[in-house]
Design a protein around this ligand. Structure first.
Ligand code: 8DG
Ligand code: MG
Ligand code: MG
Length: 144
């Protein structure tokens, strides 16, 4: 079997904003298992950040992404993993195309379910996925 050198990968994740709340799901994936994280996933060849965010949101929740914009980028090392990982993560914010659409848990092997949580450090669910935890701790606010 060929031993592949690990390389950095690009993640695109979305703060879906509704009222004062954001959409979070509890991860089942190996990285960050049982912590609350944003919908998102890996950038595929040829995609724009918005295309990737909309595709991942649709695949994971069934939700149609509305107007979106770039917020920030982080450089995250996950070295304490069976398979160490390095992600450059692009954060977008977006609204829903239809604010009444309900989130479905379309990848139950990767997520326990989706919920809306008010963006308030005392009201967000615990534990947050650590990249998100660090953003909250630094005072980051995804709302315009
Ligand atoms: P895919 O096969 O659908 O493309 O990938 P995925 O299974 O949906 O990937 P993911 O782990 O959900 O997201 C890719 C990486 O993005 C993740 O391993 C680490 C990084 N990442 C962060 N913060 C967040 C976050 O809040 N949510 C998600 N989903 N990923 C994040 O750095
Ligand atoms: Mg995905
Ligand atoms: Mg994902």
């Amino acid at each position: 079997e060929m031993e592949m050198e690990p390389v950095p990968r690009v993640g695109v994740v979305v703060f879906v904003l509704k009222g004062k709340s954001v959409l979070l799901g509890r991860r089942r994936s190996s990285i960050g298992a049982s912590t609350f994280a944003l919908p998102g996933g890996h950038l595929e060849f040829g995609e724009s950040f918005e295309e990737c965010g909309a595709r991942e949101l649709k695949e994971e929740t069934g939700l149609e992404m509305g107007k979106a914009e770039y917020l920030t980028v982080t450089n995250n090392l996950f070295l304490d993993q069976p398979k160490p990982a390095h992600y450059v993560t692009i954060f977008l914010r977006a609204v829903l195309a239809d604010p009444d659409q309900v989130a479905q848990n379309l990848e139950p092997s990767k997520c326990d379910g989706w919920g809306w949580y008010e963006w308030d450090k005392d009201k967000l669910p615990q534990p947050l996925f650590w990249p998100l935890h660090e953003m909250v701790r630094s005072g980051f606010n995804p709302f315009p």
